[in-house]
Design a protein around this ligand. Structure first.
Ligand code: GTP
Ligand code: MG
Length: 576
């Protein structure tokens, strides 16, 4: 991270982080709408920007924006000027950008919906020689080049933004240039967080899926939740969507007075779960059959939370569509609020998630591993327990709730202040302190009998024998980490202890060492990586630490401090 960026980061300590990206990998990717764009629109809030906007105001803004947006598959030799001039003939373009997945695509945001109708009127259903096109008219188009000879470029002459996750070696290189562990963690955040363009693409996909569902339920909406919108999303994370039928059900509608009232005749089914399953099944079928670009449909309707899963190929997103999932929406908003209260929250969460992924503690496939959601709760819990605290407990957030914030969902109290105004925290701890304490705290936490509870900000007696117990903040009888088995918890504890020990080593604290600081925690750990045999895991010392010792020697750093923790160091044992 450039020094100027770092100065800004320090200047906003205690407030929400507002970070430009001059030298980050994402810097080159965020040039939305190049020279020809007449951009009079206000820039919507980036996920990392300071914002006075509430979660719901921000979501509404992005939804509206997505409805004025189209997705275009471009010819391979597309040139930016011709592309722009052609599309601008349909109306004023607010923003556009190109990206590449399996081909070149462009996202184009018009200033009015009438421009999209004009594009649709001008578009035709393709005539195919050996197949037949399903005549579904969406906002996803092919741009055909009718005059092949007129485009001189052999290769596309457009700037294409990457939509993929940064490779580990590139990340390590970037963070090795930082001057402190705090700077390293802010760099990880910068490099891994969702870009503005990726967020726009996510809202556009929700909006395209809504058009399918709206064929049956015209007043529905498809809302993203989870890491896409909770401010903890990294590039490449899945797209969690929620089919919201509340506008239709009239759940929140006041009963009219008078002698009569009318209601709809409806089919009746045994339970809300059965209704959800049948709706998702039908919508899933339509997405599979009609939605261009959606492939690999799986219906996972018997899960605790029924869902359909598919991939949206043009964006590269793995999509999970659920319905009747309002509590998850509330936990998403809760995480969003926490993310905005102090810049250290996001930086520490991203750092811990990145560390856990490299260590093989989390995985992209479902299983008995700790999830990103659980890890985030663990970080929040730690930050609530600081002295003075960095963030409030959920009960404190509830204490400041206004009437509009009261949400009781299926008899669960999901109330908290949606625009909590926190006095600047008196806590001045560095991210380095917090990172160290995360590993020490969880390296010696009494997981066998205590539960993590962000509602109270205190550990509590475990109500049931799951190895890891993190109380669901809203459905308080549930454990968000019920899936985690003892082996995975042990692996987490072992990695936390090792990392605490590594961070204590003076020789690894200086940018001259290679690797140093947070980078030293990101070396792939053969001892703890998933799928290794038990025999291997019991090796007397981790290869990672051995490698670090070698690198320290190679860097001619003092090896004195590499002895086992002594009187000056906190007593964290290395797990053998
Ligand atoms: P990544 O997808 O891993 O980046 O993180 P995520 O936060 O999106 O997690 P995931 O896709 O697994 O889940 C999406 C959202 O569902 C989470 O952000 C939570 O709001 C909610 N969620 C996930 N797991 C649980 C759980 O066990 N209990 C509750 N109450 N909510 C959950
Ligand atoms: Mg997710």
């Amino acid at each position: 991270m450039a020094a100027s960026v770092w100065r800004r980061v320090q200047a906003v300590a205690g407030r929400q982080l507002r970070v430009p990206r001059p030298h980050s990998r994402s810097a080159g990717r965020s040039s939305v709408g190049a020279a020809p764009v007449a951009d009079g629109s206000e820039e919507p809030d980036l996920p990392n920007k300071a914002t006075a906007k509430t979660f719901s105001a921000l979501q509404a803004e992005r939804h509206e924006q997505a409805e004025r947006t189209i997705l275009i598959s471009c010819p391979p030799n597309v040139t930016e000027k011709k592309f722009y001039n052609y599309l601008a003939s349909y109306g004023t373009i607010n923003k556009y950008f190109f990206y590449e997945t399996f081909g070149i695509y462009a996202l184009v945001e018009f200033s009015g919906k009438e421009s999209i109708e004009a594009v649709q009127r001008a578009s035709t259903i393709p005539g195919l020689q050996h197949e037949c096109a399903v005549p579904f008219k969406s906002r996803f188009f092919n741009l055909r080049n009718n005059h092949l000879g007129s485009q001189t470029a052999i290769h596309p002459s457009v700037h294409r933004l990457k939509q993929s996750v940064i490779p580990l070696n590139e990340l390590l290189q970037n963070i090795s240039e930082a001057k402190s562990i705090d700077e390293q963690l802010y760099t990880v955040l910068e490099e891994m967080q969702l870009t503005e363009e990726n967020t726009r693409l996510r809202f556009l996909v929700c909006s395209l899926i809504k058009e399918i569902a709206a064929a049956y339920f015209p007043e529905c909406s498809i809302r993203p939740f989870g890491s896409t919108v909770n401010n903890f999303g990294k590039m490449g994370c899945d797209l969690d969507m929620f089919l919201d039928l509340d506008g239709i059900s009239g759940r929140n509608k006041a009963k009219p007075g008078g002698a009569f009232s009318v209601e709809y005749q409806t089919k009746r089914v045994a339970s809300e779960r059965v209704a959800t399953q049948s709706i998702l099944s039908v919508i899933g079928e339509c997405i599979d059959q009609f939605a261009p670009g959606c492939t690999g449909m799986q219906k996972i309707l018997n899960a605790r939370c029924p869902l359909v899963r598919f991939s949206h190929q043009p964006s590269g997103f793995q999509c999970d569509l659920t319905a009747n999932n309002r509590i998850a929406m509330r936990s998403t908003e809760l995480l969003y609020i926490y993310s905005t209260l102090d810049p250290r929250v996001r930086a520490l969460v991203f750092g811990i998630r990145c560390w856990a992924r490299v260590q093989g503690i989390t995985s992209s496939v479902p299983g008995a591993w700790i999830t990103n959601f659980s890890l985030t709760m663990m970080v929040l819990f730690l930050l609530q327990r600081r002295n003075p605290p960095i963030i409030p407990t959920l009960d404190q957030l509830k204490g400041q709730a206004a009437e509009k914030d009261v949400h009781i969902i299926e008899s669960h109290d999901c109330t908290f202040a949606s625009d909590y105004k926190m006095k600047s925290s008196q806590n001045t701890e560095t991210l380095e302190d917090l990172l160290q304490d995360f590993f020490e705290f969880y390296g010696s936490f009494a997981f066998n009998n205590m539960s993590i509870n962000i509602r109270k900000g205190k550990e509590q007696n475990k109500p049931e024998p799951s190895p890891l117990h993190i109380q669901n903040p809203f459905e308080q009888a549930l454990n968000v980490s019920k899936n985690v088995n003892q082996t995975q918890l042990d692996r987490f504890v072992r990695a936390a202890r090792e990392s605490a020990w590594i961070l204590q080593q003076e020789g690894l604290k200086h940018p001259k060492a290679n690797p140093w600081g947070f980078s030293a925690l990101l070396l792939p750990n053969s001892q703890t990586s998933m799928g290794k045999s038990k025999k291997r895991r019991r090796q007397p010392a981790s290869e990672r630490i051995k490698n670090l010792l070698d690198s320290l020697k190679a860097n001619k750093q003092s090896t004195d401090s590499l002895s086992r923790p002594n009187g000056h160091q906190k007593n964290i044992p290395i797990v053998r």
